[in-house]
Write a protein that binds this ligand. Structure first.
Ligand SMILES: *Cc1c(COP(=O)(O)O)cnc(C)c1O
Length: 557
Protein backbone atom coordinates (compact mmCIF):
# COMPACT_ATOMS: atom_id res chain seq x y z
CA UNK A 1 0.00 0.00 0.00
CA UNK A 2 2.63 2.50 1.09
CA UNK A 3 4.32 2.23 -2.27
CA UNK A 4 1.46 3.86 -4.17
CA UNK A 5 2.10 7.50 -4.65
CA UNK A 6 -0.94 9.11 -6.18
CA UNK A 7 0.27 11.61 -8.67
CA UNK A 8 -2.34 14.31 -8.18
CA UNK A 9 -1.64 16.23 -11.38
CA UNK A 10 -4.19 14.19 -13.32
CA UNK A 11 -6.56 16.57 -15.10
CA UNK A 12 -8.71 14.41 -17.38
CA UNK A 13 -10.95 11.68 -15.99
CA UNK A 14 -11.95 9.10 -18.60
CA UNK A 15 -15.12 7.25 -17.54
CA UNK A 16 -16.20 4.01 -19.17
CA UNK A 17 -18.39 1.12 -18.01
CA UNK A 18 -15.81 -1.26 -19.48
CA UNK A 19 -12.07 -0.99 -19.95
CA UNK A 20 -10.10 -3.69 -21.79
CA UNK A 21 -6.42 -3.42 -20.98
CA UNK A 22 -5.41 -7.04 -21.34
CA UNK A 23 -6.90 -10.50 -21.56
CA UNK A 24 -6.11 -11.28 -17.93
CA UNK A 25 -8.28 -8.40 -16.69
CA UNK A 26 -11.60 -9.48 -18.20
CA UNK A 27 -13.53 -6.29 -17.49
CA UNK A 28 -14.61 -5.69 -21.08
CA UNK A 29 -17.13 -7.05 -23.53
CA UNK A 30 -16.26 -5.54 -26.89
CA UNK A 31 -15.38 -2.48 -28.91
CA UNK A 32 -16.20 0.12 -26.24
CA UNK A 33 -13.92 -1.49 -23.67
CA UNK A 34 -11.09 -2.14 -26.10
CA UNK A 35 -11.26 1.49 -27.20
CA UNK A 36 -11.08 2.62 -23.57
CA UNK A 37 -8.03 0.42 -23.01
CA UNK A 38 -6.36 1.74 -26.15
CA UNK A 39 -7.13 5.29 -24.99
CA UNK A 40 -5.40 4.65 -21.65
CA UNK A 41 -2.38 3.16 -23.41
CA UNK A 42 -2.01 5.96 -25.97
CA UNK A 43 -2.42 8.54 -23.21
CA UNK A 44 0.40 6.91 -21.26
CA UNK A 45 2.63 6.83 -24.35
CA UNK A 46 1.97 10.52 -24.91
CA UNK A 47 2.37 11.44 -21.25
CA UNK A 48 -1.16 12.85 -20.97
CA UNK A 49 -2.42 13.62 -17.44
CA UNK A 50 -5.40 11.26 -17.74
CA UNK A 51 -6.96 8.85 -15.25
CA UNK A 52 -9.42 6.08 -16.10
CA UNK A 53 -12.49 5.27 -13.99
CA UNK A 54 -14.51 2.07 -14.36
CA UNK A 55 -16.15 -0.74 -12.37
CA UNK A 56 -14.25 -3.74 -11.06
CA UNK A 57 -16.50 -6.41 -12.63
CA UNK A 58 -15.17 -9.19 -10.41
CA UNK A 59 -16.95 -11.85 -12.46
CA UNK A 60 -15.84 -10.29 -15.72
CA UNK A 61 -18.17 -10.42 -18.70
CA UNK A 62 -18.39 -14.17 -19.25
CA UNK A 63 -16.37 -17.07 -20.55
CA UNK A 64 -17.93 -18.64 -23.62
CA UNK A 65 -18.14 -22.38 -24.13
CA UNK A 66 -19.59 -23.89 -27.28
CA UNK A 67 -20.78 -27.49 -27.62
CA UNK A 68 -20.51 -29.52 -30.81
CA UNK A 69 -23.68 -27.89 -32.18
CA UNK A 70 -22.46 -24.39 -31.43
CA UNK A 71 -24.72 -23.88 -28.43
CA UNK A 72 -23.24 -21.22 -26.20
CA UNK A 73 -23.07 -21.49 -22.44
CA UNK A 74 -21.75 -18.74 -20.21
CA UNK A 75 -19.38 -19.21 -17.30
CA UNK A 76 -18.02 -16.72 -14.79
CA UNK A 77 -14.55 -15.37 -15.49
CA UNK A 78 -13.31 -15.21 -11.96
CA UNK A 79 -10.11 -13.24 -11.66
CA UNK A 80 -8.14 -11.90 -8.81
CA UNK A 81 -7.85 -8.10 -8.74
CA UNK A 82 -4.96 -8.27 -6.28
CA UNK A 83 -2.81 -9.92 -8.96
CA UNK A 84 -2.86 -6.70 -10.96
CA UNK A 85 -3.86 -3.78 -8.76
CA UNK A 86 -3.84 -2.49 -5.23
CA UNK A 87 -6.76 -1.64 -2.96
CA UNK A 88 -6.86 1.97 -1.82
CA UNK A 89 -7.92 2.75 1.74
CA UNK A 90 -10.18 5.62 0.66
CA UNK A 91 -13.92 5.04 0.87
CA UNK A 92 -16.90 7.06 -0.34
CA UNK A 93 -20.60 6.37 -0.18
CA UNK A 94 -23.43 6.58 -2.68
CA UNK A 95 -27.01 6.63 -1.43
CA UNK A 96 -29.16 4.05 -3.17
CA UNK A 97 -32.73 3.44 -1.92
CA UNK A 98 -31.87 5.41 1.19
CA UNK A 99 -28.99 3.11 2.00
CA UNK A 100 -25.44 4.33 2.11
CA UNK A 101 -23.53 2.01 -0.18
CA UNK A 102 -19.81 2.02 0.47
CA UNK A 103 -17.53 2.29 -2.52
CA UNK A 104 -13.82 1.54 -2.58
CA UNK A 105 -11.33 1.60 -5.42
CA UNK A 106 -8.51 -0.53 -6.76
CA UNK A 107 -5.55 1.28 -8.22
CA UNK A 108 -4.13 -0.01 -11.47
CA UNK A 109 -1.19 1.58 -13.18
CA UNK A 110 -0.64 1.14 -16.88
CA UNK A 111 3.02 1.47 -17.71
CA UNK A 112 3.96 2.64 -21.17
CA UNK A 113 7.08 1.68 -23.09
CA UNK A 114 7.94 5.38 -22.81
CA UNK A 115 8.09 4.94 -19.00
CA UNK A 116 5.06 7.16 -18.52
CA UNK A 117 2.06 5.80 -16.62
CA UNK A 118 -1.69 6.27 -16.57
CA UNK A 119 -3.68 5.11 -13.54
CA UNK A 120 -7.10 3.47 -13.66
CA UNK A 121 -9.53 3.33 -10.71
CA UNK A 122 -11.64 0.17 -10.58
CA UNK A 123 -14.61 0.90 -8.31
CA UNK A 124 -15.73 -1.88 -5.98
CA UNK A 125 -18.78 -2.24 -3.73
CA UNK A 126 -17.88 -5.73 -2.57
CA UNK A 127 -16.60 -4.32 0.70
CA UNK A 128 -17.20 -4.90 4.37
CA UNK A 129 -20.29 -3.19 5.71
CA UNK A 130 -22.36 -3.49 2.53
CA UNK A 131 -25.31 -5.86 2.27
CA UNK A 132 -24.97 -8.99 0.13
CA UNK A 133 -27.05 -7.32 -2.55
CA UNK A 134 -24.98 -4.16 -2.66
CA UNK A 135 -21.78 -6.16 -2.74
CA UNK A 136 -22.85 -7.56 -6.09
CA UNK A 137 -23.31 -4.20 -7.81
CA UNK A 138 -19.80 -4.25 -9.24
CA UNK A 139 -19.72 -7.99 -10.06
CA UNK A 140 -21.05 -8.45 -13.58
CA UNK A 141 -20.53 -6.36 -16.67
CA UNK A 142 -23.85 -5.88 -18.49
CA UNK A 143 -25.52 -8.49 -16.28
CA UNK A 144 -28.74 -8.28 -14.31
CA UNK A 145 -31.87 -6.23 -14.89
CA UNK A 146 -32.63 -2.53 -15.30
CA UNK A 147 -32.43 -1.91 -11.59
CA UNK A 148 -29.03 -3.55 -11.39
CA UNK A 149 -27.83 -1.45 -14.31
CA UNK A 150 -28.99 1.83 -12.78
CA UNK A 151 -27.26 0.94 -9.52
CA UNK A 152 -24.07 0.27 -11.45
CA UNK A 153 -24.38 3.60 -13.21
CA UNK A 154 -24.89 5.40 -9.89
CA UNK A 155 -21.71 3.84 -8.57
CA UNK A 156 -19.76 4.62 -11.74
CA UNK A 157 -20.96 8.21 -12.19
CA UNK A 158 -21.60 9.49 -8.68
CA UNK A 159 -19.19 7.16 -6.88
CA UNK A 160 -16.48 7.83 -9.46
CA UNK A 161 -16.57 11.62 -9.06
CA UNK A 162 -16.65 11.33 -5.26
CA UNK A 163 -13.71 8.94 -5.27
CA UNK A 164 -11.61 11.24 -7.45
CA UNK A 165 -12.33 14.09 -5.08
CA UNK A 166 -11.65 11.98 -2.00
CA UNK A 167 -8.28 11.00 -3.45
CA UNK A 168 -7.41 14.64 -3.97
CA UNK A 169 -7.46 14.92 -7.75
CA UNK A 170 -8.51 18.23 -9.24
CA UNK A 171 -10.04 17.21 -12.52
CA UNK A 172 -10.72 19.80 -15.21
CA UNK A 173 -12.42 17.50 -17.76
CA UNK A 174 -14.72 14.57 -17.16
CA UNK A 175 -15.02 12.46 -20.30
CA UNK A 176 -18.20 10.36 -20.36
CA UNK A 177 -18.16 7.45 -22.77
CA UNK A 178 -21.75 6.48 -23.49
CA UNK A 179 -24.55 7.39 -21.15
CA UNK A 180 -23.42 4.79 -18.58
CA UNK A 181 -21.51 7.43 -16.65
CA UNK A 182 -23.80 10.45 -17.23
CA UNK A 183 -24.79 10.58 -13.57
CA UNK A 184 -21.37 12.03 -12.93
CA UNK A 185 -22.82 15.33 -14.19
CA UNK A 186 -25.44 15.21 -11.44
CA UNK A 187 -22.73 14.92 -8.84
CA UNK A 188 -20.76 17.73 -10.47
CA UNK A 189 -23.81 19.97 -10.24
CA UNK A 190 -23.77 19.40 -6.48
CA UNK A 191 -20.08 20.16 -6.27
CA UNK A 192 -20.52 23.37 -8.29
CA UNK A 193 -23.49 25.12 -6.69
CA UNK A 194 -25.82 23.69 -9.33
CA UNK A 195 -24.15 25.84 -11.97
CA UNK A 196 -25.04 24.24 -15.28
CA UNK A 197 -22.61 26.39 -17.24
CA UNK A 198 -19.75 25.38 -14.95
CA UNK A 199 -20.63 21.70 -15.25
CA UNK A 200 -20.94 21.91 -19.03
CA UNK A 201 -17.48 23.38 -19.10
CA UNK A 202 -16.19 20.37 -17.19
CA UNK A 203 -17.87 17.70 -19.30
CA UNK A 204 -17.13 15.96 -22.59
CA UNK A 205 -19.60 13.41 -23.92
CA UNK A 206 -18.88 10.76 -26.54
CA UNK A 207 -21.64 8.60 -27.97
CA UNK A 208 -20.54 5.25 -29.36
CA UNK A 209 -23.69 3.76 -30.81
CA UNK A 210 -26.11 4.74 -33.58
CA UNK A 211 -28.67 2.20 -32.35
CA UNK A 212 -31.67 3.47 -30.41
CA UNK A 213 -31.71 0.49 -28.04
CA UNK A 214 -28.04 1.01 -27.33
CA UNK A 215 -28.84 4.20 -25.42
CA UNK A 216 -29.67 3.63 -21.77
CA UNK A 217 -33.15 4.67 -20.70
CA UNK A 218 -34.65 4.25 -17.22
CA UNK A 219 -38.26 4.72 -16.14
CA UNK A 220 -38.95 7.52 -13.72
CA UNK A 221 -40.43 4.98 -11.33
CA UNK A 222 -37.12 3.19 -11.15
CA UNK A 223 -35.19 6.44 -10.79
CA UNK A 224 -37.49 7.49 -7.97
CA UNK A 225 -37.09 4.12 -6.28
CA UNK A 226 -33.28 4.22 -6.33
CA UNK A 227 -32.50 7.92 -6.12
CA UNK A 228 -35.58 9.12 -4.27
CA UNK A 229 -38.15 11.79 -5.00
CA UNK A 230 -35.98 14.75 -4.19
CA UNK A 231 -34.20 17.63 -5.85
CA UNK A 232 -31.96 15.19 -7.73
CA UNK A 233 -34.99 13.66 -9.32
CA UNK A 234 -36.13 17.11 -10.45
CA UNK A 235 -32.72 17.84 -11.96
CA UNK A 236 -32.74 14.52 -13.81
CA UNK A 237 -36.22 15.29 -15.12
CA UNK A 238 -35.09 18.65 -16.34
CA UNK A 239 -31.91 17.50 -18.10
CA UNK A 240 -32.48 13.81 -18.77
CA UNK A 241 -36.04 13.71 -20.08
CA UNK A 242 -39.53 14.69 -18.96
CA UNK A 243 -41.00 11.19 -19.21
CA UNK A 244 -38.05 8.89 -18.66
CA UNK A 245 -34.39 9.24 -17.88
CA UNK A 246 -32.38 9.04 -21.08
CA UNK A 247 -28.74 8.84 -20.08
CA UNK A 248 -27.50 10.04 -23.46
CA UNK A 249 -29.74 13.11 -23.32
CA UNK A 250 -28.48 13.81 -19.80
CA UNK A 251 -24.90 13.66 -21.03
CA UNK A 252 -25.66 15.80 -24.08
CA UNK A 253 -27.41 18.48 -22.04
CA UNK A 254 -24.60 18.82 -19.55
CA UNK A 255 -21.56 18.76 -21.84
CA UNK A 256 -20.06 21.56 -23.89
CA UNK A 257 -18.24 19.20 -26.19
CA UNK A 258 -20.08 16.28 -27.74
CA UNK A 259 -18.85 13.89 -30.40
CA UNK A 260 -19.49 10.75 -32.42
CA UNK A 261 -16.73 8.27 -33.27
CA UNK A 262 -16.59 8.59 -37.07
CA UNK A 263 -17.71 11.23 -39.57
CA UNK A 264 -20.74 9.21 -40.62
CA UNK A 265 -21.61 8.53 -36.99
CA UNK A 266 -21.70 12.25 -36.35
CA UNK A 267 -24.35 12.67 -39.06
CA UNK A 268 -26.41 9.79 -37.73
CA UNK A 269 -26.16 11.14 -34.17
CA UNK A 270 -27.38 14.57 -35.24
CA UNK A 271 -30.40 12.90 -36.82
CA UNK A 272 -31.06 10.82 -33.70
CA UNK A 273 -30.74 13.79 -31.36
CA UNK A 274 -32.03 16.82 -33.26
CA UNK A 275 -30.97 20.16 -31.86
CA UNK A 276 -27.58 19.01 -30.58
CA UNK A 277 -24.36 19.82 -32.34
CA UNK A 278 -21.97 16.90 -32.60
CA UNK A 279 -18.32 16.86 -33.52
CA UNK A 280 -16.58 13.79 -34.80
CA UNK A 281 -13.33 12.18 -33.79
CA UNK A 282 -12.79 8.93 -35.61
CA UNK A 283 -11.60 6.07 -33.43
CA UNK A 284 -8.16 4.55 -33.62
CA UNK A 285 -6.41 1.50 -32.18
CA UNK A 286 -3.29 1.30 -30.06
CA UNK A 287 -0.70 0.36 -32.66
CA UNK A 288 1.78 -1.48 -30.45
CA UNK A 289 -0.96 -3.56 -28.78
CA UNK A 290 -2.50 -4.60 -32.08
CA UNK A 291 0.59 -5.49 -34.08
CA UNK A 292 1.66 -9.16 -33.88
CA UNK A 293 5.19 -10.13 -32.92
CA UNK A 294 6.31 -10.77 -36.51
CA UNK A 295 5.39 -7.30 -37.71
CA UNK A 296 6.65 -5.69 -34.49
CA UNK A 297 10.07 -7.12 -35.30
CA UNK A 298 9.99 -5.69 -38.81
CA UNK A 299 8.74 -2.27 -37.74
CA UNK A 300 11.34 -2.14 -34.96
CA UNK A 301 14.07 -2.84 -37.45
CA UNK A 302 13.02 -0.53 -40.28
CA UNK A 303 10.88 2.12 -38.58
CA UNK A 304 12.38 2.57 -35.11
CA UNK A 305 10.16 4.65 -32.83
CA UNK A 306 6.97 3.56 -34.63
CA UNK A 307 5.26 2.41 -31.44
CA UNK A 308 5.07 5.91 -30.02
CA UNK A 309 4.89 7.57 -33.41
CA UNK A 310 2.69 5.37 -35.57
CA UNK A 311 2.73 8.02 -38.31
CA UNK A 312 6.08 6.44 -39.18
CA UNK A 313 4.16 3.51 -40.63
CA UNK A 314 3.63 5.78 -43.63
CA UNK A 315 7.16 4.75 -44.60
CA UNK A 316 6.37 1.04 -44.67
CA UNK A 317 7.82 0.82 -48.18
CA UNK A 318 11.29 1.05 -46.72
CA UNK A 319 10.72 -2.58 -45.71
CA UNK A 320 11.50 -5.11 -48.48
CA UNK A 321 8.36 -6.78 -49.87
CA UNK A 322 9.77 -10.23 -49.23
CA UNK A 323 10.09 -9.51 -45.53
CA UNK A 324 6.56 -8.10 -45.37
CA UNK A 325 5.24 -11.23 -47.02
CA UNK A 326 7.24 -13.50 -44.70
CA UNK A 327 5.94 -11.70 -41.61
CA UNK A 328 2.39 -12.23 -42.84
CA UNK A 329 3.04 -15.89 -43.55
CA UNK A 330 4.44 -16.42 -40.06
CA UNK A 331 1.40 -14.76 -38.47
CA UNK A 332 -0.88 -16.85 -40.65
CA UNK A 333 0.91 -20.04 -39.68
CA UNK A 334 0.46 -19.18 -35.99
CA UNK A 335 -3.27 -18.78 -36.49
CA UNK A 336 -3.78 -21.85 -38.68
CA UNK A 337 -1.83 -24.01 -36.22
CA UNK A 338 -4.00 -22.66 -33.41
CA UNK A 339 -7.22 -23.37 -35.32
CA UNK A 340 -6.13 -26.90 -36.18
CA UNK A 341 -5.18 -27.54 -32.57
CA UNK A 342 -8.34 -26.04 -31.09
CA UNK A 343 -10.93 -27.23 -33.59
CA UNK A 344 -9.32 -30.35 -35.06
CA UNK A 345 -9.59 -28.83 -38.54
CA UNK A 346 -6.97 -29.42 -41.15
CA UNK A 347 -6.74 -25.94 -42.56
CA UNK A 348 -3.69 -25.19 -44.67
CA UNK A 349 -1.28 -22.33 -44.90
CA UNK A 350 -1.69 -21.60 -48.60
CA UNK A 351 -5.45 -21.22 -48.85
CA UNK A 352 -7.01 -17.75 -48.95
CA UNK A 353 -8.27 -17.32 -45.40
CA UNK A 354 -11.14 -15.04 -44.48
CA UNK A 355 -11.72 -13.94 -40.89
CA UNK A 356 -14.85 -12.70 -39.16
CA UNK A 357 -14.84 -12.00 -35.42
CA UNK A 358 -16.84 -9.59 -33.34
CA UNK A 359 -19.75 -9.45 -30.96
CA UNK A 360 -22.33 -11.80 -32.45
CA UNK A 361 -25.59 -9.96 -32.86
CA UNK A 362 -28.16 -9.39 -35.57
CA UNK A 363 -26.92 -6.13 -37.04
CA UNK A 364 -23.43 -7.52 -37.58
CA UNK A 365 -24.97 -10.15 -39.92
CA UNK A 366 -22.49 -12.94 -39.09
CA UNK A 367 -24.13 -15.39 -41.53
CA UNK A 368 -24.40 -13.03 -44.50
CA UNK A 369 -21.73 -14.89 -46.46
CA UNK A 370 -23.93 -18.02 -46.30
CA UNK A 371 -26.95 -16.26 -47.84
CA UNK A 372 -26.49 -18.00 -51.19
CA UNK A 373 -24.61 -21.27 -50.88
CA UNK A 374 -24.56 -21.83 -54.62
CA UNK A 375 -22.66 -18.62 -55.16
CA UNK A 376 -20.39 -19.29 -52.20
CA UNK A 377 -19.53 -22.69 -53.75
CA UNK A 378 -18.82 -20.98 -57.08
CA UNK A 379 -16.47 -18.59 -55.29
CA UNK A 380 -14.68 -21.55 -53.74
CA UNK A 381 -14.31 -23.19 -57.15
CA UNK A 382 -12.64 -20.07 -58.52
CA UNK A 383 -9.95 -20.49 -55.90
CA UNK A 384 -10.14 -22.23 -52.57
CA UNK A 385 -11.16 -20.28 -49.47
CA UNK A 386 -11.35 -21.14 -45.79
CA UNK A 387 -13.28 -19.25 -43.10
CA UNK A 388 -12.49 -18.58 -39.45
CA UNK A 389 -15.13 -17.17 -37.11
CA UNK A 390 -15.20 -16.10 -33.46
CA UNK A 391 -17.40 -14.04 -31.19
CA UNK A 392 -19.61 -14.09 -28.13
CA UNK A 393 -23.34 -13.43 -28.08
CA UNK A 394 -24.68 -11.50 -25.07
CA UNK A 395 -26.23 -14.03 -22.63
CA UNK A 396 -29.67 -12.54 -23.21
CA UNK A 397 -29.33 -12.23 -26.98
CA UNK A 398 -31.10 -15.45 -28.02
CA UNK A 399 -31.00 -14.46 -31.67
CA UNK A 400 -27.26 -13.84 -31.44
CA UNK A 401 -26.77 -17.33 -30.01
CA UNK A 402 -28.81 -18.79 -32.88
CA UNK A 403 -26.37 -17.21 -35.34
CA UNK A 404 -23.52 -19.15 -33.80
CA UNK A 405 -25.49 -22.39 -34.15
CA UNK A 406 -26.27 -21.51 -37.75
CA UNK A 407 -22.59 -21.04 -38.55
CA UNK A 408 -21.91 -24.49 -37.06
CA UNK A 409 -24.62 -25.96 -39.31
CA UNK A 410 -23.21 -24.30 -42.43
CA UNK A 411 -19.75 -25.53 -41.49
CA UNK A 412 -21.10 -29.07 -41.30
CA UNK A 413 -23.00 -28.77 -44.55
CA UNK A 414 -20.02 -27.39 -46.46
CA UNK A 415 -17.35 -29.43 -44.76
CA UNK A 416 -16.30 -31.47 -47.79
CA UNK A 417 -15.76 -28.27 -49.79
CA UNK A 418 -14.93 -25.27 -47.58
CA UNK A 419 -13.10 -25.51 -44.29
CA UNK A 420 -14.86 -23.44 -41.66
CA UNK A 421 -13.83 -23.05 -38.02
CA UNK A 422 -15.45 -21.29 -35.08
CA UNK A 423 -13.04 -20.39 -32.31
CA UNK A 424 -14.36 -20.32 -28.75
CA UNK A 425 -14.19 -17.42 -26.28
CA UNK A 426 -13.21 -14.40 -28.37
CA UNK A 427 -10.98 -12.12 -26.30
CA UNK A 428 -8.12 -9.69 -26.84
CA UNK A 429 -5.50 -12.39 -27.43
CA UNK A 430 -7.65 -14.30 -29.89
CA UNK A 431 -8.49 -11.03 -31.58
CA UNK A 432 -4.81 -10.28 -32.22
CA UNK A 433 -4.25 -13.81 -33.53
CA UNK A 434 -7.12 -13.42 -35.96
CA UNK A 435 -6.60 -9.86 -37.19
CA UNK A 436 -2.98 -10.70 -37.96
CA UNK A 437 -3.34 -14.28 -39.18
CA UNK A 438 -6.04 -14.19 -41.87
CA UNK A 439 -5.63 -12.78 -45.38
CA UNK A 440 -8.94 -10.92 -45.59
CA UNK A 441 -10.89 -9.28 -42.78
CA UNK A 442 -14.60 -9.45 -43.47
CA UNK A 443 -17.05 -6.96 -41.96
CA UNK A 444 -20.65 -6.76 -43.09
CA UNK A 445 -22.83 -4.93 -40.57
CA UNK A 446 -26.23 -3.54 -41.50
CA UNK A 447 -25.76 0.15 -42.31
CA UNK A 448 -25.69 2.59 -40.60
CA UNK A 449 -25.44 0.65 -37.36
CA UNK A 450 -21.66 0.41 -37.02
CA UNK A 451 -20.62 3.60 -35.22
CA UNK A 452 -16.97 3.14 -36.08
CA UNK A 453 -15.69 -0.41 -35.75
CA UNK A 454 -12.04 -0.93 -34.90
CA UNK A 455 -11.10 -4.52 -35.71
CA UNK A 456 -10.47 -3.61 -39.36
CA UNK A 457 -7.92 -1.02 -38.22
CA UNK A 458 -6.15 -3.75 -36.27
CA UNK A 459 -6.15 -5.96 -39.37
CA UNK A 460 -4.60 -3.16 -41.47
CA UNK A 461 -1.81 -2.76 -38.89
CA UNK A 462 -0.82 -6.34 -39.72
CA UNK A 463 -1.20 -6.05 -43.47
CA UNK A 464 -4.51 -7.90 -43.54
CA UNK A 465 -6.80 -6.69 -46.32
CA UNK A 466 -10.16 -5.15 -45.38
CA UNK A 467 -13.30 -6.23 -47.18
CA UNK A 468 -16.16 -4.33 -45.61
CA UNK A 469 -19.49 -2.62 -45.92
CA UNK A 470 -19.08 1.15 -46.24
CA UNK A 471 -20.04 2.10 -42.71
CA UNK A 472 -18.29 3.65 -39.71
CA UNK A 473 -14.54 4.20 -40.11
CA UNK A 474 -14.32 2.29 -43.40
CA UNK A 475 -16.08 5.12 -45.27
CA UNK A 476 -13.02 7.17 -44.40
CA UNK A 477 -10.45 4.39 -44.77
CA UNK A 478 -11.50 2.74 -48.02
CA UNK A 479 -9.83 3.64 -51.30
CA UNK A 480 -11.33 1.00 -53.55
CA UNK A 481 -8.76 -1.48 -54.77
CA UNK A 482 -5.98 0.42 -53.02
CA UNK A 483 -6.54 0.05 -49.28
CA UNK A 484 -8.99 -2.84 -49.60
CA UNK A 485 -12.49 -3.44 -50.96
CA UNK A 486 -15.99 -2.23 -50.21
CA UNK A 487 -19.13 -4.31 -50.01
CA UNK A 488 -22.23 -2.59 -51.39
CA UNK A 489 -22.98 1.02 -52.26
CA UNK A 490 -21.74 4.23 -50.73
CA UNK A 491 -23.77 5.51 -47.75
CA UNK A 492 -25.41 8.35 -49.66
CA UNK A 493 -26.96 6.00 -52.25
CA UNK A 494 -30.70 6.17 -51.87
CA UNK A 495 -32.14 2.68 -52.31
CA UNK A 496 -34.51 0.41 -50.44
CA UNK A 497 -33.15 -1.94 -47.80
CA UNK A 498 -33.75 -4.94 -50.07
CA UNK A 499 -31.94 -3.34 -52.98
CA UNK A 500 -29.01 -2.44 -50.78
CA UNK A 501 -28.78 -5.97 -49.44
CA UNK A 502 -28.83 -7.33 -53.01
CA UNK A 503 -26.02 -4.99 -54.01
CA UNK A 504 -24.07 -6.02 -50.92
CA UNK A 505 -24.45 -9.71 -51.70
CA UNK A 506 -23.42 -9.13 -55.32
CA UNK A 507 -20.28 -7.34 -54.21
CA UNK A 508 -19.52 -9.91 -51.54
CA UNK A 509 -19.53 -12.83 -53.97
CA UNK A 510 -18.36 -11.05 -57.14
CA UNK A 511 -15.42 -9.25 -55.63
CA UNK A 512 -14.27 -12.44 -53.93
CA UNK A 513 -14.56 -14.44 -57.14
CA UNK A 514 -13.31 -11.96 -59.71
CA UNK A 515 -10.95 -9.64 -57.85
CA UNK A 516 -9.77 -10.92 -54.49
CA UNK A 517 -9.18 -14.58 -55.35
CA UNK A 518 -7.32 -13.93 -58.63
CA UNK A 519 -5.11 -11.34 -56.96
CA UNK A 520 -4.31 -13.57 -54.04
CA UNK A 521 -3.52 -16.67 -56.06
CA UNK A 522 -2.10 -15.36 -59.31
CA UNK A 523 -0.84 -11.82 -58.79
CA UNK A 524 1.05 -12.06 -55.54
CA UNK A 525 2.94 -8.81 -56.20
CA UNK A 526 -0.38 -6.95 -56.32
CA UNK A 527 -1.44 -8.64 -53.12
CA UNK A 528 1.75 -7.52 -51.38
CA UNK A 529 0.96 -4.06 -52.68
CA UNK A 530 -2.42 -4.22 -50.90
CA UNK A 531 -0.65 -5.26 -47.72
CA UNK A 532 1.73 -2.32 -47.98
CA UNK A 533 -1.11 0.09 -48.71
CA UNK A 534 -3.07 -1.09 -45.69
CA UNK A 535 -0.15 -0.22 -43.45
CA UNK A 536 0.86 2.95 -45.28
CA UNK A 537 -2.59 4.46 -45.77
CA UNK A 538 -4.66 3.02 -42.91
CA UNK A 539 -2.47 2.11 -39.94
CA UNK A 540 -0.49 5.35 -40.03
CA UNK A 541 -3.75 7.26 -39.46
CA UNK A 542 -6.33 5.02 -37.76
CA UNK A 543 -4.45 4.70 -34.49
CA UNK A 544 -5.18 5.93 -30.96
CA UNK A 545 -2.22 8.33 -30.93
CA UNK A 546 -3.84 10.40 -33.67
CA UNK A 547 -7.20 10.02 -31.91
CA UNK A 548 -5.83 11.32 -28.58
CA UNK A 549 -4.14 14.27 -30.26
CA UNK A 550 -7.59 15.20 -31.55
CA UNK A 551 -9.28 14.76 -28.15
CA UNK A 552 -6.64 16.88 -26.49
CA UNK A 553 -6.80 19.76 -28.94
CA UNK A 554 -10.55 19.74 -29.58
CA UNK A 555 -12.24 18.37 -26.48
CA UNK A 556 -9.93 18.59 -23.49
CA UNK A 557 -8.18 21.93 -23.94
C1 LIG B 1 -11.26 -4.93 -31.39
C2 LIG B 1 -12.19 -5.80 -30.63
C3 LIG B 1 -13.57 -5.61 -30.74
C4 LIG B 1 -14.18 -4.55 -31.61
O1 LIG B 1 -14.23 -5.00 -32.93
P1 LIG B 1 -15.32 -4.41 -33.94
O2 LIG B 1 -14.95 -4.90 -35.29
O3 LIG B 1 -15.20 -2.93 -33.82
O4 LIG B 1 -16.64 -4.90 -33.50
C5 LIG B 1 -14.40 -6.44 -30.00
N1 LIG B 1 -13.91 -7.42 -29.21
C6 LIG B 1 -12.59 -7.64 -29.10
C7 LIG B 1 -12.10 -8.72 -28.20
C8 LIG B 1 -11.68 -6.84 -29.80
O5 LIG B 1 -10.37 -7.07 -29.67
Amino acid sequence: MDNIILEKGRKIAYFSMEIGLKKEIPTYSGGLGILAGDTIKASADLGLPLIGVTLLNRRGYFMQKLDSAGRQTEHPQEWSPSDFMQPLPAEVTVTIQNRDVKVKAWFYEHQSLTQETVPVLFLDTDVEGNSMEDRQITHSLYGGDRKYRLKQEMILGIGGVRMLKELGYSITKYHMNEGHSSLLALELLHQNNVSVSKVKELCVFTTHTPIESGHDVFSHDLVMELIGQNSDFEILKKYGGEHQLNMTVLGLNLSNYVNGVAKRHREISEKMFPGYKFNSITNGVHSYTWVCSHFRKLYDEYLPGWANEPELLVRVRSIPDSEIWDAHEFAKKDLIDYVNRECGNDMDYDTLTIGFARRITEYKRPTLIFSDLKRLRKVNEAGKIQLIFAGKAHPKDEQGKKFIEMIFRYAEELKSEIKIAYLENYDMDLSLKMVSGVDVWLNNPRKPLEASGTSGMKAAHNGVVNFSVLDGWWIEGCVEGVTGYSIGPRPEVDKSLEQIEMMELDDLYNKLEYIIIPKYYWRKDEWVNLINNSIELIAYYFNSHRMMHRYVTEAYL
